[in-house]
Design a protein around this ligand. Sequence first.
Ligand SMILES: Cc1cc2nc3c(=O)[nH]c(=O)nc-3n(C[C@H](O)[C@H](O)[C@H](O)COP(=O)(O)OP(=O)(O)OC[C@H]3O[C@@H](n4cnc5c(N)ncnc54)[C@H](O)[C@@H]3O)c2cc1C
Length: 459
Amino acid sequence: MLPSDQAYAYSKQGVLVELDTVKPQGIVYCETPRDVSTAIEFARDNDIAVHTRSGGHSLAGWSTGQGMVLDVSRLNRVSVGHHTVRLGPGVQSIDALAALKPYNRQIVTGTCATVRQGGYISGGGFGFQVRKFGVASDRLVSARMVLSDGRIVRASERMHSDLFWAIRGGGGGNFGVVIDFEVRPISAPRMVYFDTLWPWDKAQEVITAWQEWCYSGSNNLGSTLNVLLRDGAPGNVPIIKINGGYHGPQSEIEQALNELAAEAGATPSLRTVQELPYDEAMKAVYGCEQLTVQECHRAGSNSDAKIRRTPFLRERTRLLDRPTGSSGVADLLAAFEANRRPGHITYLYFTALGGVANEVPRAQTAYVHRGAEFFVACATLLSDGQPPAEEAEAAMVWPTHAFNIIDPLSSGESYLNFPNPDLGDWRQAYYAENYSRLVSVKRRYDAPNFFRHPQSIGS
Ligand SMILES: Cc1cc2nc3c(=O)[nH]c(=O)nc-3n(C[C@H](O)[C@H](O)[C@H](O)COP(=O)(O)OP(=O)(O)OC[C@H]3O[C@@H](n4cnc5c(N)ncnc54)[C@H](O)[C@@H]3O)c2cc1C
């Protein structure tokens, strides 16, 4: 797809509207492994930079840029074997559900319907299944990749084992183009989905209690807590939403929610708990329970698709090895209130991690965050993809302030799948002691540094 083509404007889009200003020389839609090799060869011979794209969710814009966008979204087959499931990099979370349902198989996915496997598994991959089943990359059995010299290799424990080590958490866009993932499915035919809203005047108690609740809770529990202010105009009150998936009997999570309420000294204003077939529970997680699978795709991708893109986002994230404690929560809430601004959507978002994911040694795969108990994100969203400079600058104030509070309470590590160009210590934050081994793998498999972006391995 070239700039002169009618479909170019859509084809260059990723999840962020603000990145629509980026104008690649062309977008190459690959439908076979051979297409991928040919595209790489063409780019190499003509000295064109390549940006691999599966779902276009990279918040740092690493799947677009000047040069060629090498799109593998059409490599989206799902096939089921005896013990494993094969997924093309272009498989979206929502599509995996539908494709695997007839086989009564499930896999680890995140909480977003349209994220695709290409970036998600390569960077680690967590969701409500993480404490019981580990991160998605821990369940990888093998992956086929096209390398910068055009070779197609399969990486596994037995073949190209160092490459296999690296692509389990080392991140997309570094070593080659993954064209096929083979994963061990999970066994979760049913899941309890729960959704609760809590009073704002009990925010500090609720957030503090929720952190402890997850930290000492069962590995069956997956949960997020979101403090969300839809408009910072005076008088508007944030919501506190706690939701999640429970891989056990409904009665257990009902009881646990009672305990959370008692500990927080608060009563949720909304509480729904439903044990459902896994695909229905996950559709609720995605906010797609009222939509068909086709409708639960990014708007524009098919005529029924309804999921809107994110116009403009400024976000800082960190990983925490333990709860922040009540005083940390109080500081964050004070900053949240102090930085509200009319027209700005702001949030403070926690995801519970840990469990089985943390039973794996730090150096066993490139995904190093084996002490992480929480992922925390502090963000401003604007409804205009190209806001005036003053608004864009103001959007950084809350995430920056929050990051300065959370950083000393954190492990100093950050999750690569939420990349941040402002992270000075990104090598340490994303990879810690695994970084030097990643550099050796990079030298071995992509010596010319063909696959690169502003925070790629070896840069
Ligand atoms: C709204 C939203 C919700 C999210 N929710 C979660 C969540 O619940 N859990 C979670 O873990 N993460 C979550 N993420 C982060 C998500 O996992 C990452 O953005 C992931 O990298 C997206 O992969 P992608 O293929 O869709 O995006 P892309 O932008 O296409 O790819 C991301 C990176 O991987 C590279 N890449 C893509 N495909 C390939 C490939 N086939 N081979 C090699 N490199 C490739 C790209 O070059 C880029 O560097 C979320 C992100 C967003 C925007």
